[in-house]
Design a binder for this molecule. Sequence first.
Ligand code: ADP
Ligand code: F6P
Length: 327
Amino acid sequence: MAKHTKCNKLAVLTSGGDASGMNACIRAVVRFGLNNGFEMYGVKHGYTGLINDEVFPMEYSSVSNCVHNGGTILRTSRCPEFKERDVMLKGVNNLLKRGIENLIVIGGDGSFRGVQDMHEHSDLNVIGIPGTIDNDMGYTDYTIGFDTACNTVVDAIIKLRDTITSHGRIMIIEVMGRESGNIALNSAVAGGAEYVIVPEAPADVDEIAQSVKRGFEKGKTSTIILLAEGKNYLKDELMQKVADATNRRVNHIALSYMQRGGIPTMADRVLAARMAQRAVELVQCGQSGRVVGVRGGDIYDTTVSEALRLPKEFDERLYKLAITISK
Ligand code: ADP
Ligand code: F6P
């Protein structure tokens, strides 16, 4: 839906959890926007900064030397009060009073709910770009930051494998992802973990414990179990039962915020730039309430309501493959 078509002022912000590649996206939004005749603005600290009027002009040099850095040069925030209509409108007015009628939001599904609210209940044109390590949005195959997070997990698997092989141990590696097992599943396949426990599939802890035992009996020298955040309530039971079954030490490590930061991969940087380009093009066409995604390698856009409605499909085939090739 188009609201305005003539305004050439465009702001950008990052919201929710930081994700590597956000800077590559900000850079591309700002430079592609400037090249296409927009006056560019940044909003610091996500929706919190929008409410607190932390709006500033951005030039070519504002985004110099950041494409390779993790985090977000615009900073970010969790801002629960943004769900309140009057608070949201106060933030929007901080842009409108400067004549800025366009906003690009880089964030996850929570941030997209803010995009939907602003689109439906204000005069702002708002476009969303998916930036979250979780890759938990059904309308897009990938979100910015997911690839880097998975590579961080794979790197950790390589390092941790050295120690547990040397000692003949079992390691439970807990990874992020909220209710999505995507980081766990993809990292397990790429890193050669023996087991992966995700929220989308049932897990039989007794069976896993017995299977780990059989593995050592057959000559395995180490075992890695990737445990997704959405199933981390199984951790204590899993540690106990695997230790009892194998009579070996079981270590646990939560990779936690290690997965959010660090140098973004090429895949995340390129995805970020391509998505930024489409987002600015949507603004150029006077669009609002749309979000950018990638499907089968192609960049596309859809409505934010559709994006929020579509559940993330679990890749059963990849899950079965992970099980088949890991033992
Ligand atoms: P992410 O965007 O990474 O999913 P959050 O879930 O924390 O991260 O959401 C980021 C921000 O988006 C929240 O702090 C809040 O400001 C805003 N937000 C979340 N849910 C809503 C909602 N239902 N309505 C409006 N804004 C929301
Ligand atoms: O959404 C990204 C994410 O890192 C999730 O994987 C995790 O559950 C959550 O954010 C952690 O949030 P916080 O930064 O508020 O601790």
